[in-house]
Write a new protein. Sequence first.
Length: 443
Amino acid sequence: MSSTDSAENTGKVCSRCRGAGFFHPHFADGRVDYSRVVACRCRSELTAEQKRKLLLEKSNLSSLERFTFDNLNPEGRSGYQVNRKMFKAACEAALEFAGSPKGWMVVVGPSGSGKTHLVTAVAVEQLRRDREVLYITAPDLLEHLRSSYSPSSDTDHDTLFDEVRNTPLLILDDLGIHATSPWAKEKLDQLLSYRFNRELPTLITMLDTEDLEERLRTRLNDPVVCHIYRLEIGRGDISGYEWEPGLELQKQMTFENFDWKRANLPAAQRENLEKAYRTAMDYARSPDGWLVWQGVTGSGKTHLASAIVNYLHQAGKQAVFIVVPEFIDHLRSAFSPESRVSYDQLFEKVKTASFLVLDDFGEQTATPWAQEKLFQVINYRYNARLATVITTTRLLDELDSRIRSRLLDPKISMTFSLQVPDYRSDPACRPVRKPAYRPTSRR
């Protein structure tokens, strides 16, 4: 944060940049162009080692040099696939930003998610390229600004503030931490408004954008200047991207391990199974409308529906898988005072999911209450045109007429009948048993 003598051998401070190493150029009419900064010629007088020492000192990175892209896990440390994909996207964006800093990049994530390592790696890359960069945490910046009011301070407040807001690349870590007083909020607003209006390259990390002042939040939502990268999804939202407990078998069902070449089947049935497989693959690539799988138990309906969900999870997209009989039981139990999940919360989650699988539909709809609940789910998703996959062993004629009419609507729904037997009863799918060893009797 302190000015450094750029001509160390002479002991003189450069009159043009006052030791900052950069300055604002002038327009032809003599006015100062505050939208640009250029490197001062005094830098050319320094040796390579002096330049490196100067840049490192001014960057505030002396204790953080070890955090580089080389030792950064490009997918982060989260156990959730969707979070790893989000971290990878942020890492790729940070690499691009380090190569050519433009606009604002904002990294949002909880403590321990890797925000500081990511932005520090950008700063270290700037030093490798002999570029100006200043890394500082928001709490430290505010503390420096407060202490600059003291008569014993080496740097006056205006000089310090001007150096920070005009630095070619500012990395502000932990924005929002401890910025609770009106003075702190005003200082941060002045700093960021100045850099935003001039579109000066800025890299910011924070825990959450919701805790910021409305004016700053508006700037961060500007798609022209600012790009926000979230490293993790909130724990309350992760269920839409991961399998619920108790569905470990479905979690293993993918397109890769779906056997659509059952050689022992008649040609017509093999062709039907292959068509079902390719239909599911096409739907997974672009889920739109409804897909209804109908067939006997063990024909592959659940496997194909699960494979679609796994495909979407791998792509970082929400997909909720519900076993209908269990869903009905959970709805009933939600009325209990001991239930940890409210009835409305559970029902809304299923009804409004962006993508939903309803497995074993029609297996537990004997009561009027159960039929009504399922109709409400189906009707809502039908009117909202939400992507839905349904599996059932029932003939469609056996379903509630209100539901059947929606499942058969060709404008939104496609029904596919799997014409294959239960693979579990297929001798070709059973494990081969080796004959028991019987010793040969000797006479």
